[in-house]
Design a protein around this ligand. Structure first.
Ligand SMILES: Nc1ncnc2c1ncn2[C@@H]1O[C@H](COP(=O)(O)OP(=O)(O)OP(=O)(O)O)[C@@H](O)[C@H]1O
Ligand SMILES: [Mg+2]
Length: 196
């Protein structure tokens, strides 16, 4: 089932809670791939896309995905987003649902699958003053990558700066994922909402 068709099926229902969305996903054979502080991501091994369901208000992530969807394909270091939906919880809070490409965990074991550009990006991310990434990366220079990727750098920095009153950068290794089979490194989730 293509993402477009699946999103059309999703839109046939008036979604009112994460509980109800999860029931819809279960019916379509999506299983939880894991949860973070704000979201749970669901995937179906037969399909090349996942659905990330927001459980707790996260304006920073919402901002990131809305930038991604309005400025499609800035670079291969950002996730491909098929759609972004919102629903209102019973407490009147806006929550979101993201339909995005399926990616794979980046850990010390599969670093060997990272391509040359991915290694340059990884190095740049690790050198970033806000980085809390603890991967054992090959010691390559990020200079060449930086010269060719000014737009990616400007986008990441502007995103962090423009949300600094309610968010902080969230550069941990769980938010860097691998696109297969190309070996691109993708920053899935660069912002973390501050507690209010
Ligand atoms: N595009 C994706 N493809 C496959 N798995 C994914 C994808 N995006 C996130 N995941 C997985 O979903 C799980 C939950 O992470 P996610 O980033 O969705 O939650 P989060 O609340 O934003 O996390 P955090 O605030 O800790 O960054 C993680 O195990 C992550 O590896
Ligand atoms: Mg995350």
């Amino acid at each position: 089932m293509s993402p477009k068709y699946f999103i059309r099926e999703f839109d046939k229902h008036d979604h009112t809670s994460s509980y109800e969305i999860k029931r819809f996903l279960k019916k379509n054979h999506f299983k939880s791939l894991g949860s973070g502080e704000f979201c749970t991501t669901y995937g179906n091994d037969e399909l090349p896309y996942v659905v990330k369901v927001n459980n707790k208000p996260d304006p920073a992530a919402y901002r990131f995905y809305s930038i991604m969807i309005s400025k499609k394909y800035v670079s291969k270091h950002f996730p491909k987003i098929y759609d972004l939906k919102t629903y209102v919880s019973s407490y009147g809070e806006f929550k979101f649902v993201v339909f995005m490409e399926r990616l794979y965990k980046l850990n010390n074991k599969n670093l060997k699958n990272v391509n040359k550009t991915g290694n340059g990006f990884l190095q740049w991310m690790m050198e970033h003053p806000s980085s809390i990434i603890s991967l054992k990366c090959p010691n390559v220079s990020s200079n060449e990558w930086q010269k060719k990727n000014e737009v990616t750098i400007k986008t990441i920095n502007a995103m962090v700066d423009s949300t600094s009153n309610y968010a902080t950068s969230d550069f941990h290794e769980g938010n860097l994922m691998l696109r297969l089979p190309t070996g691109d490194v993708v920053l899935t989730d660069p912002l973390c909402s501050l507690r209010t």
